[in-house]
Design a protein around this ligand. Structure first.
Ligand code: ATP
Ligand code: MG
Length: 332
């Protein structure tokens, strides 16, 4: 079976609809076809300041949401990144293979550090993509399910895998991004040209899965559209309407052309109200399942412990091979 690997940050507590449609749904699908590894990336979370108690709670909450979304511990390996020390160890190796200029070209770093200001930006945020390289290569992943915003980081991963393999001999699988075009970038409901994001400047257009569904329904009903009246998919001229059609199509499985036909002659209000109802119907059982996992911390912790053990066995083998190729003396 080919391997799949992905990780998701526990920083905001709740996942948002972009995380779910762009990434988590693909995690669930790839369980069927791949030997799949998914982790809550707490090491990545501390690239920006975190309160310890909140980080701990949010890490468990992230795992509960992944299970509620359909990850099945019988069919995939779910773990917490910090439980597998090899991530930080291989990251150091990869740091030493990455050019400073190369790392400086990462657009996510440029965006996030610009928002934070240079004084508050950590070196960890700068080397974050290189830790991500290690995350992926440790599992010899073939496919990395992610949203569009991660494409550049997967490109860096491919470059570094090839660089290591050329310099030291074949060691790492060169991975490919698994990006589903239709849902690769879900937009903010209030600013439909900006990515829906955990770190969005305002929560008004951000649909969090664990928020009160009534509040989310209201966000859909007041989504920004345009002054035209036609419901048509046209990302360039009608980004707001197109985003709503994308979400509708993804949640119901109805094709966009069929939706365009269904809403012919109807106003934006009808689309928004329908979508609000569709979202609430989908998210209500999701929230209940998440709560059920939180109410049973023993089961949750045992899933994560088993996941870490399995992940470590794979990661340790890869790290040992890499250390050997580099010329480190084996510890006896
Ligand atoms: P931040 O803004 O702090 O980076 P985030 O919202 O991007 O947070 P991450 O944990 O970085 O969340 O991303 C988890 C996964 O969700 C990644 O694979 C990412 O590509 C995907 N993703 C994030 N936002 C979207 C979005 N708006 N549409 C589709 N996929 C997304
Ligand atoms: Mg992100």
């Amino acid at each position: 079976r080919p391997r799949a690997l992905s990780g998701i940050q526990p920083t905001a507590g709740s996942f948002h609809l972009g995380n779910y449609l762009g990434a988590i749904r693909q995690y669930v699908d790839l369980q069927e076809t791949h030997d799949a590894y998914y982790m809550v990336v707490d090491l990545h979370a501390i690239t920006v300041p975190q309160d310890p108690a909140t980080l701990r709670a949010n890490t468990r909450l992230a795992a509960a949401q992944l299970l509620a979304a359909g990850l099945d511990p019988e069919r995939c390996t779910l773990f917490i990144q910090s439980h597998v020390p090899e991530h930080a160890q291989l990251a150091w190796v990869m740091n030493c293979l990455t050019g400073f200029g190369e790392a400086s070209r990462m657009t996510q770093f440029k965006d996030k550090s610009a928002r934070q200001g240079a004084d508050r930006t950590t070196v960890g945020l700068f080397t974050y993509p290189i830790l991500q390289v290690a995350d992926i290569l440790l599992y010899q992943a073939d496919a990395v399910p992610v949203g569009e915003d991660q494409r550049q980081h997967i490109e860096l991963t491919r470059d570094l895998a090839e660089r290591f393999n050329t310099q030291f001999g074949p060691t790492f699988t060169v991975p490919a991004p698994h990006i589903v075009r239709e849902v690769a970038k879900i937009y903010d409901l209030q600013d439909p040209t900006a990515k829906m994001s955990k770190s969005a400047p305002s929560p008004k257009g951000l649909v969090n899965l664990l928020d009160d569904p009534k509040a989310s329904a209201k966000k859909f009903r007041s989504a920004v559209t345009d002054t035209d009246t036609v419901i048509r998919f046209d990302e360039e001229n009608k980004p707001g309407v197109s985003n709503l059609l994308t979400i509708h199509s993804a949640l119901t499985g109805t094709g966009i052309p069929e939706l365009e036909e269904r809403y012919t002659g109807k106003g934006y209000g009808a689309l928004k109200t329908d979508l609000a109802d569709i979202f609430v119907a989908w998210v209500t059982p999701f929230r209940e399942r998440t709560q059920a996992y939180l109410d049973d911390p023993e089961t949750l912790d045992s899933v994560l412990a088993k996941g870490a053990e399995k992940a470590r066995s794979v990661a340790a083998e890869t790290l040992a091979a890499a250390y050997d190729r580099i010329g480190f003396v084996p510890a006896k």
